[in-house]
Design a protein around this ligand. Structure first.
Ligand code: PHE
Ligand code: ZN
Length: 881
C-alpha cells in the first residue's frame, strides 16, 4: 500500500517526458506468489532535452532483481532503484538504447486489486490509472504510447488460457509442464490499457462482421459452467458494435475482441485494448439470477467499455486531469445507446435521478471539483460521478447547443484530427468550434467551474400586449478553491404549452438568444420576452433535463398538472410530477420533526393515481412516477439541519395515504400487468414488471399484511419479481414470520451464487431503522460474506452507508463508529474500496447538529488511523475541511 506523501499533482505542471518510449516487450513467468516480469524497453532522448537528464521510471512497491543496459548488466553507480522509482543516469544523448528490467511480484498477496493479481485462481491485471507501475518500472502515464509484445509463460494445466492485448501471435509448449503464448498489439497505447489474463476459464464465442466486411472473433470468458449466463452480454456486445458504426461511424480495429469476467474487481469494468476485464456482476445474467436492472446495467457497461475503443483508446488522455475526455464522452455515448435500445424518456428519467442523487451532493459538498480538475493528491479518487456523469451532461449540452448535425461534424473532426493522440479537453472543444464556427468559450466554463448552477425563474403574462416575459437568474455556489464564479452558458429546452395542450409558437423573442426550442441563458440575469402569445401559456422549462442545474420556478399545482398531462416531452411530465411531490414530502418531514400530523395533498394523490392508471402511458414511465422522490432527495431539498428519521416518517405517511387512496387502482394494475409467457429481459416487459412491483408495494402497504408479497415470492419466475417481493417483505414486514422464512429460503436456494447473495445482503442492509446495524454486524459473520471481495463489501456495508438513511444515521452514532472501524479495517487491504465507501459521509454537514457531531467524531477517528493510504487520507481530509 502506498502511504501518503502529501504530494499534490497540478495540471499546470504538465510537461512531456524527457525520453520517448519506442517499444515494449514484456515476458511474464507466472507464479501465484513469485511472478517474474522481464521488461525490455527501448527509449531515445527527446530532441532538445538536457543530455545530462536522467531517465526516471515510476514504480510502486517493486523489487528489482536485475537491470541491463543494451543487454549488459548495468553498473550500480549509474542507477538508483527504490520501491517507488528507478532513476538511470549517464544515458546516450540521442541514440536509442534498451533497458531490461526484471522485477518479482506476488499476485496472490495483491489484495488492493491493482497491478497483477489473482482472483479465484485467475491471474488478471488492472492498470488504470497507475497500476502498471506495480508490475514493472515504467513511464506510467497516459501520454506515453508504444506498441507492446507480450510473452506469457505459465503452468499449462492450471492456466490453459494465456491472454493479452491485440492479436495472438502464437504459442507452444515450454519445458515439461509449462507453455507460452505471444501477443502483439499493433496499436500504440499507454500502459493503463495493458492487460493480461491467465487461468482456466470457459468461453462463449461469436463473430461480428464490421461495416467494411471484416470478421471479428468475439470471446467472452467466464468461470466454467457459467457460459450460458454470458449470452446476454454477447448480444449486447454485438448491438454495441453495430450501433457505434451506425451512429458514430466507428469500426472495430483488431481481429479479436475479448471480455473476461472476474469476481474480484474494484470498479465496474475496464476497457483494456482488445481485452476488456469486467466485474462478473456486469457480465453474468439469466432470468433466474438477474434482475431487469442487472440486464440494463450489463447492456450499458458492455457498451461503455466497447465504446472506449475509440473514445479512450484510439484517442486517449494526455494526463489524468483530462479523464472526462474519455469518461464523460463515453458515458454520453452509452446513455445514447441505451436510449436507442430502450425507452428514451424512461432512460433519461433514470439518468437524472442518478445524477441528482449522486452527483448533486458531490457538487454541493466538500468533495466538489470541476469536471476537469486542476489538482489531485490521489487520482483514484477522481473517478467520480462529476467526471463521469456531469462530464456526460456537458457533452450532451454541446449536442444540444450545436444540434445533431453540428455535434456529428465536431465528433467526426475529433476522430479524424486526434486519432492516435493523447488529447486534452481543449482539443476536444476546439473540434466543435472548428467544425461549426460556434464560439464555445463561455460554454467551456462547464469544465472548469464546479458546483450545480441554481437558476431562478419567474414569468409574467401580459394579456393586453400578448407577451410572456421570462426572467431568469443564475447563481453558481462557491465550491472548495473556487469562491467566485463567472456566469455560464446554460442551454434550456423549453415549450410554451397552451390551454389545449398544444405548443405555442415562440419564435418572436427579445432579450436573449433562442434557437429552435433552446433558450440560451448566458448572463447572470436575463429577461426573455415572447410576443404574439394570445393566451397565458404554461412554461415547460429545462425539458429533457437539457442542463444539469437546479431550477427554482414556482409553478402552481394547476400548471404542474397541465405539464404532467400534456407535455410531449415525457421527461418534463415526470419532472412536473416530481415537482408536485417534493413540497408535500418536505412539509411532511417538517411536520414529523415537529411531532405534528402529516397532511397529504389531494391533488398530488390525484395526479399520481391518474398517471398510474393511464394505459396510454408506458408502464416503465408510470413506475418511475410512482417511485416518489427518495429520502435523500427530500434531504437535499430540505437543505440542512436534516433529521433522517423525520424524513422517513413523513415520507411513509405520504406513501400510506397514496396506498390507501389508490388501493383499487393498484389492485387493478397488479392483475392487469402480470407478465405471462417465457421470460424476456426486453425494456417493455421490464417496464411491466416495474409497474406491477410498484403496485405490489402499495397494495402491501394498504393491506398491512405480508401475505400478498409472500404469494408474489412463491409465484415469481424471475429474479426481478423474486427480489422485489423479498424487499417488500423485509422492508415492510421485517418482523413477520414470512419474512424470516423467505430470507432463509432465498439464502438456501442461491447459496452457491455470490452475486445473487449480494442482493440478499443489500436487501437486509437497507431495512429502515436503527436495528439494522446489529443485523449487518451479524451478516458479516455469514459464511457468504467475504471482507476481501469488493462486491460483498459494497452490498453489505456500502448499502447500509449509502442507501439506508435511517439505519446509517441512527441517532446514537453507533453506525458511524462501526463504519469508521470498517474503513480502517479495509484500508490496508484495499485503499480504493475504503476511500470510495468513505464518501458516504460527504454530506455530514447537512445533518442536524447531534448527528453531525457524531459523524465528525467518526471522521476524526479515521483521520487519526495509523498508516492511512493516500486514498483515504485524501478523502477524509477533504470531507473534514
Ligand atoms: N476506465 C474504467 C471505465 O470507466 C473504469 C475504471 C477506472 C476501472 C479505474 C478500473 C480502474 O470504463
Ligand atoms: Zn469508462
Amino acid at each position: 500500500m502506498r502511504t501518503d506523501t502529501g504530494r499534490i499533482v497540478h495540471l499546470a505542471d504538465y510537461r512531456p517526458t524527457d525520453f520517448v518510449l519506442e517499444r515494449v516487450d514484456l515476458t511474464f513467468e507466472l507464479d501465484p506468489t513469485e511472478t517474474k516480469v522481464e521488461a525490455r524497453l527501448i527509449f531515445h532522448r527527446r530532441e532538445g532535452v538536457d543530455p545530462a537528464a536522467p531517465l526516471v521510471l515510476d514504480g510502486d512497491d517493486l523489487t528489482m532483481t536485475s537491470l541491463l543496459f543494451d543487454q549488459i548488466e548495468m553498473d550500480p553507480a549509474r542507477y538508483t532503484a527504490l520501491p517507488e522509482s528507478l532513476e538511470i543516469r549517464d544515458l546516450p544523448e540521442s541514440t536509442p538504447f534498451e533497458i531490461t528490467v526484471v522485477t518479482m511480484i506476488n499476485p496472490e498477496a495483491n489484495t488492493q486489486l491493482m497491478g497483477l493479481y489473482r482472483s479465484n485462481g485467475i491471474y488478471c491485471t488492472q492498470c488504470e490509472a497507475e497500476g502498471f507501475r506495480r508490475i514493472t518500472y515504467f513511464p506510467d502515464r497516459p501520454d506515453v504510447l508504444a506498441v507492446y509484445t507480450i510473452n506469457i509463460i505459465a503452468d499449462k494445466a492450471a492456466n490453459p488460457l494465456l491472454l493479452s492485448n491485440g492479436n495472438f501471435l502464437g504459442g507452444a509448449g515450454f519445458g515439461p509442464d509449462k507453455h507460452f503464448a505471444a501477443w502483439f498489439d499493433p496499436h500504440p497505447k499507454p500502459s493503463y490499457l495493458f492487460a493480461l489474463v491467465a487461468g482456466d476459464l470457459g468461453v462463449v464465442e461469436d463473430t461480428f462482421t464490421t461495416m467494411t466486411g471484416r470478421e471479428v472473433a468475439l470471446k467472452i470468458y467466464v468461470e466454467h459452467g457459467k457460459e450460458p449466463r454470458a449470452a446476454y452480454a454477447m448480444d449486447a456486445l454485438k448491438r454495441s458494435m453495430k450501433w457505434d458504426e451506425e451512429v458514430f461511424g466507428r469500426e472495430y480495429d483488431l481481429d479479436i475482441f475479448m471480455i473476461v469476467a472476474v469476481s474480484n474487481f474494484n470498479m465496474g469494468a475496464m476497457e483494456n485494448k482488445g481485452l476488456n476485464i469486467f466485474n462478473d456482476k456486469y457480465v453474468l445474467a439469466d432470468p433466474e439470477t438477474a434482475t431487469d436492472q442487472d440486464y440494463a446495467n450489463i447492456e450499458a457497461i458492455i457498451a461503455h467499455e466497447y465504446f472506449h475503443n475509440w473514445t479512450g483508446n484510439r484517442i486517449t488522455c494526455r494526463d489524468w486531469f483530462q479523464l472526462c475526455l474519455k469518461e464523460g464522452l463515453t458515458v454520453y455515448r452509452d446513455h445514447e445507446f441505451s436510449a436507442d435500445m430502450r425507452s428514451r424518456p424512461v432512460k433519461r428519467i433514470a439518468e437524472v435521478r442518478h445524477l441528482r442523487s449522486e452527483q448533486f451532493p458531490e457538487d454541493s459538498g466538500p468533495l466538489a471539483h470541476p469536471v476537469r480538475p486542476t489538482k489531485y493528491r490521489e487520482i483514484n479518487n477522481f473517478y467520480t460521478t462529476t467526471v463521469y456523469e456531469k462530464g456526460s451532461e456537458v457533452t450532451r449540452m454541446i449536442a444540444t447547443i450545436l444540434g445533431r448535425d453540428g455535434f456529428k461534424k465536431g465528433m467526426d473532426l475529433y476522430f479524424e484530427r486526434h486519432d492516435g493522440d493523447a488529447s486534452t479537453v481543449e482539443d476536444f472543444v476546439k473540434c466543435f468550434e472548428d467544425a461549426t464556427g460556434a464560439d464555445l468559450n463561455q460554454f467551456a466554463l462547464w469544465y472548469h467551474q464546479a458546483g450545480t448552477p441554481q437558476v431562478t425563474v419567474s414569468s409574467v403574462y401580459d394579456a393586453a400586449a400578448s407577451t410572456l416575459s421570462l426572467s431568469l437568474e443564475q447563481m453558481l455556489p462557491a465550491t472548495p478553491g473556487q469562491p467566485n464564479k463567472e456566469p455560464m452558458h446554460i442551454p434550456l429546452r423549453f415549450a410554451l404549452i397552451g390551454d389545449n395542450g398544444a405548443e405555442l409558437d415562440a419564435s418572436i423573442v427579445t432579450g436573449g438568444k433562442v434557437t429552435a426550442d433552446v433558450l440560451h441563458l448566458t448572463e447572470r440575469s436575463q429577461t426573455f420576452v415572447f410576443s404574439g402569445i394570445s393566451s397565458r401559456p404554461v412554461v415547460s422549462l429545462n425539458r429533457g433535463f437539457s442542463a444539469p442545474i437546479t431550477l427554482h420556478f414556482e409553478q402552481s399545482e394547476a400548471d404542474l398538472a397541465h405539464i404532467a398531462r400534456h407535455d410531449s416531452d415525457h421527461f418534463a411530465r415526470w419532472q412536473a410530477i416530481t415537482d408536485s411531490a417534493l413540497p408535500v414530502l418536505t412539509k411532511a418531514a417538517r411536520a414529523a420533526q415537529a411531532g405534528e400530523p402529516v397532511a397529504v395533498s389531494a391533488s398530488l394523490v390525484d395526479i399520481l393515481l391518474t398517471v398510474a392508471a393511464d394505459e396510454e402511458l408506458e408502464p416503465a414511465f408510470r413506475a418511475q412516477a410512482l417511485a416518489l422522490p427518495s429520502e435523500s432527495d427530500i434531504a437535499r431539498e430540505l437543505g440542512g439541519d436534516n433529521d433522517p428519521d423525520a424524513i422517513h416518517v413523513g415520507r411513509e405517511a405520504v406513501l400510506v395515504a397514496l396506498a390507501k387512496a389508490g388501493a383499487s387502482v393498484f389492485a387493478a394494475l397488479y392483475d392487469r400487468h402480470a407478465v405471462t409467457g417465457a421470460f424476456s429481459p426486453d425494456a417493455a416487459s421490464a417496464g411491466r414488471r416495474a409497474l406491477r412491483n410498484a403496485a405490489l408495494t402499495f397494495l402491501s402497504i394498504a393491506e398491512g399484511d405480508p401475505k400478498r408479497a409472500a404469494e408474489a415470492y412463491a409465484a415469481a419466475n424471475n429474479m426481478t419479481d423474486l427480489s422485489q417481493a423479498l424487499s417488500v417483505l423485509a422492508h415492510r414486514f421485517p418482523e413477520a414470520k414470512e419474512t424470516a422464512a423467505t430470507l432463509q429460503a432465498f439464502e438456501a436456494r442461491f447459496a452457491d451464487n455470490p452475486l445473487v447473495l449480494d442482493k440478499w445482503f443489500a436487501i437486509q442492509a437497507t431495512i429502515p431503522g436503527a436495528q439494522t446495524l446489529e443485523h449487518v454486524r451479524s451478516l458479516m459473520a455469514s459464511p457468504h460474506y467475504a471482507a476481501g471481495n469488493p462486491n460483498r463489501v459494497r452490498s453489505l456495508i456500502g448499502s447500509l452507508a449509502f442507501s439506508n438513511p435511517t439505519g446509517f444515521h441512527r441517532k446514537d452514532g453507533a453506525a458511524y463508529s462501526f463504519f469508521a472501524d470498517q474503513i480502517l479495517d479495509i484500508d490496508p487491504r484495499n485503499p480504493q474500496l475504503a476511500a470510495r465507501l468513505l464518501t458516504a459521509l460527504r454530506s455530514w454537514r447537512m445533518l442536524e447538529s447531534s448527528r453531525a457531531d457524531k459523524a465528525r467524531q467518526a471522521l476524526v477517528t479515521i483521520e487519526r488511523g495509523p498508516n492511512l493510504s493516500t486514498d483515504v487520507r485524501d478523502i477524509v481530509d477533504r470531507i473534514l475541511k
